[in-house]
Design a binder for this molecule. Structure first.
Ligand SMILES: Cc1cc2nc3c(=O)[nH]c(=O)nc-3n(C[C@H](O)[C@H](O)[C@H](O)COP(=O)(O)OP(=O)(O)OC[C@H]3O[C@@H](n4cnc5c(N)ncnc54)[C@H](O)[C@@H]3O)c2cc1C
Length: 451
């Protein structure tokens, strides 16, 4: 009998699941991908800006986890991986540029010296005395990162250091992100009885201050990875379709066709809609996951524009800039150093903060914010773009609220045999985490179904 697997969702998670399934099931297996849009890759998207393919979704991946590097190498793209130049991001706070606190753990400073001039004297005293204050953290506590840092180090540290860091990864303020979800090693230290935040952060810093590159990217952009992945998976690509899922273990039906197993590689709310009739308890749990929207504006500026000597700028909460972050691509990545243009990405939007402007307005905000940043840095940039592309991600990232991982564990515990879950909603939002989850989903259904 030929093994038959359906994958619903053709973003990175669905494509990676198809690739791992092909490896596990062999050349004869039927692997079908069903995708709502016409284009593979989901949030991995490259667009032409002034004639160059620029990533307007994810732009990089963490290389300190093995999964993304390993997959890129398996796809024959190892020689296309580039490392950043090593320049650091700055923080925009109090209408000026500051160094990012260092050493720090996801923006949580190790001590008062690490904060520099980012906070005032009262905040510095509060941070310095943190060790002396008793801490209430019963093992298993579910608390947001924002509430924890507000309490222990003060709201200015949250707004000016932790929010900018977490905002880049999750598109949410730290008040909406769980400690256990975003920094599980920190939660584990506090569970184990470390009596204050300063000591808990200090215990994790050797890993946090490792000087090896944290990120990598692929020359040519994520488009190259997506194309290679789809080809290597040898899957049937069905686009422009939102199939119905019916049946159950041993007899799954996707778009009225029978399969041995199904992998749902969708954001949680889409998965909830798909499963509402077939597995209502799982669908109800998935339906509780909120999504955070964002938008990326990719700018090509005149080639003689001189950007600040940073890889980018993270914007503190409550500032008058519209953008939440800038990546100075021409400063951050060697493969963006070019005589054709100066490349910049501006990011907008966070959970509960809808983006008010149309595309023209967003481009104007990006240019105006950049002009203020460059002015503060003492450099001159012609911010009238040669070209600009706006990419909106209305529900781009799941919100990892306190309790999210426990909720996703209940989903895994309750799923029927032969129904796997892959995607950013389950066990981490980054590209390596999505690849890891796709592999787990394939391993799970392969072990459950007698293909
Ligand atoms: C702006 C932005 C920047 C990011 N930057 C980085 C970065 O630099 N590094 C990093 O590691 N991570 C980054 N991420 C996170 C990472 O890109 C994503 O978490 C990851 O790409 C998600 O992949 P996915 O396949 O799980 O989901 P998606 O890419 O969302 O794919 C889901 C797919 O399912 C399809 N779909 C939805 N409903 C249905 C349905 N009913 N039927 C059929 N198809 C359906 C969608 O059209 C989509 O193609 C970023 C995220 C965003 C939003």
């Amino acid at each position: 009998m030929t093994a038959r697997l359906a994958i619903i969702g053709g973003g990175l998670s669905g494509l990676a699941a198809a690739y791992f399934a092909r490896q596990a099931l062999g050349a004869d297996a039927v692997v079908d991908i069903f995708e709502r849009s016409e284009r593979p890759g989901g949030i991995l998207r490259s667009a032409s800006v002034a004639g160059r393919q620029v990533d307007v979704g994810a732009e990089a991946f963490v290389v300190r986890r093995p999964e993304a590097l390993a997959l890129v190498a398996e796809l024959g793209l190892a020689d296309q991986v580039v490392s950043p130049t090593g320049r650091r991001p700055a923080v925009w706070a109090n209408d000026g540029l500051h160094a990012l606190p260092s050493p720090a753990l996801m923006g949580i400073p190790a001590n008062v010296a690490a904060v520099g001039n980012l906070v005032d004297d009262a905040d510095r005293l509060h941070i310095d005395a943190e060790r002396q204050r008793p801490m209430d953290w019963p093992p298993g506590t579910d608390m947001s990162v924002g509430d924890l840092v507000d309490d222990r180090f003060g709201p200015a540290v949250t707004a000016r250091s932790v929010d900018p860091m977490l905002g880049g990864v999750y598109s949410s303020l730290s008040a909406d992100i769980g400690v256990r979800e975003a920094i599980p090693a920190l939660a584990a230290r506090l569970d184990a009885g470390t009596p204050n935040l300063t000591d808990a952060v200090a215990g994790l810093l050797p890993a946090a201050t490792n000087t090896a590159p944290v990120f990598g990217a692929v020359r040519g952009g994520y488009r190259v990875v997506v194309d290679r992945l789809l080809e290597a998976a040898g899957a049937q690509w069905h686009s422009g379709i939102e199939p119905a899922l019916m049946g159950g273990p041993g007899d799954w039906q996707v778009a009225d066709v029978g399969y041995d197993a199904v992998i749902v590689a969708l954001p949680a709310p889409d998965a909830a809609s798909l499963l509402a009739d077939t597995v209502p308890a799982v669908a109800a749990e998935l339906g509780n996951v909120a999504m955070a929207g964002s938008a990326v504006v990719a700018l090509a500026l005149p080639p003689d524009s001189v950007l600040p000597e940073n890889s980018g700028v993270l914007v503190a909460t409550g500032e008058s800039l519209h953008a939440k972050a800038f990546t100075f691509s021409s400063r951050k990545w060697p493969h963006y150093e070019s005589s054709d243009a100066t490349w910049v990405r501006a990011s907008f939007g966070r959970f509960r903060q809808p983006i008010a402007g149309d595309d023209h307005t967003l481009i104007g905000w990006a240019a105006a914010d950049l002009a203020r940043i460059c002015d503060a840095a003492g450099v001159t940039v012609d911010t009238s773009p040669l070209d600009a592309v706006v990419q909106r991600w209305p529900s781009g990232l799941p919100v990892y609220a306190p309790g999210h991982l426990a909720s996703m564990k209940r989903v895994f515990d309750a799923r029927p045999a032969g129904l796997g879950f892959a995607g950013a909603s389950y066990q981490g939002v980054g590209v390596p985490a999505c690849i890891a989850q796709a592999r787990k989903a394939v391993d799970a259904v392969v072990s459950e179904v007698a293909f």
